[in-house]
Design a protein around this ligand. Structure first.
Ligand code: SF4
Ligand code: SF4
Length: 215
């Protein structure tokens, strides 16, 4: 399952972001941040308690089913009065959810989390980044394994000289992705792909903000 992976901002940073904002409505997300235990029901409860102890007035709390969904606005209508009474919304969803809510409501928003990456659950409670959306996908030549995301040096013509018995020199607990690519291509009888030279990456990429228009 693909998830937006987040981590909690420190209490100090949240305090700084909430300076001068005393009446707060807290919104959690029932999807990704509930599963990663960064912004679901228990975390919203904890935040409420911590902020109340610091003298903030919590006008209300809720956990919306999917913060990044446009239907969130309808869901929040039920809390109209409590939201109106607040100086800001403190939102523990990923940045996509925070921005969705910010576009829907005329209210100051404060994110309670940092959004790290889009991840896939690879074991219970473990999420690995699988794609950094680089815009120049080369996995057709690397056996479906992404070196841009998984090589510590981001090498697209690997391996580097530090690979050691299949492990990465930067993190010995991690498989060298270029060894994984080699083994995979070998298994598929496509080892000649290892010789393909990948051009240097254009790190300027697409102009921001990105936009795609379907024809
Ligand atoms: S090369 Fe890797 S980071 Fe780039 S688009 Fe493909 S999977 Fe994503
Ligand atoms: S050892 Fe492998 S994964 Fe680690 S930096 Fe070198 S090529 Fe990349």
């Amino acid at each position: 399952m693909i998830r937006s992976i987040t981590q909690k901002k420190s209490p100090e940073e949240i305090e700084r972001l909430l300076q001068g904002l005393n009446r707060i409505f807290i919104i959690g997300c029932g999807t990704c941040t509930t599963l990663t235990r960064t912004g679901g029901e228990p975390e919203v409860k904890d935040l409420k308690k911590e902020l109340a102890e610091k003298g903030k007035l919590i006008t209300g709390t809720t956990v919306v089913p999917v913060a990044c969904d446009n239907l969130t606005r309808d869901f929040l209508n039920e809390y109209g009065e409590q939201i109106n009474q607040s100086d800001t919304l403190l939102i523990t969803s990923c940045a996509f959810g925070v921005q969705t809510i910010a576009r829907q409501l005329k209210k100051m928003v404060v994110p309670g989390l940092d959004t790290l990456f889009i991840g896939k659950e690879t074991a219970f409670g473990t999420y690995d980044e699988i794609c950094t959306q680089c815009g120049t996908c080369i996995i057709g030549e690397t056996g479906g394994i992404c070196p841009v995301t998984n090589c510590h040096k981001g090498l697209v013509n690997g391996p580097c000289g530090g690979t050691n018995h299949g492990k990465c020199e930067i993190d010995v607990n991690k498989d060298c992705v270029w060894t994984l690519i080699y083994n995979r291509l070998d298994e598929l009888g496509r080892l000649e792909s290892m010789k393909k030279y990948q051009k240097p990456r254009n790190h300027l990429g697409e102009p921001r903000p990105g936009k795609m228009k379907m024809e």
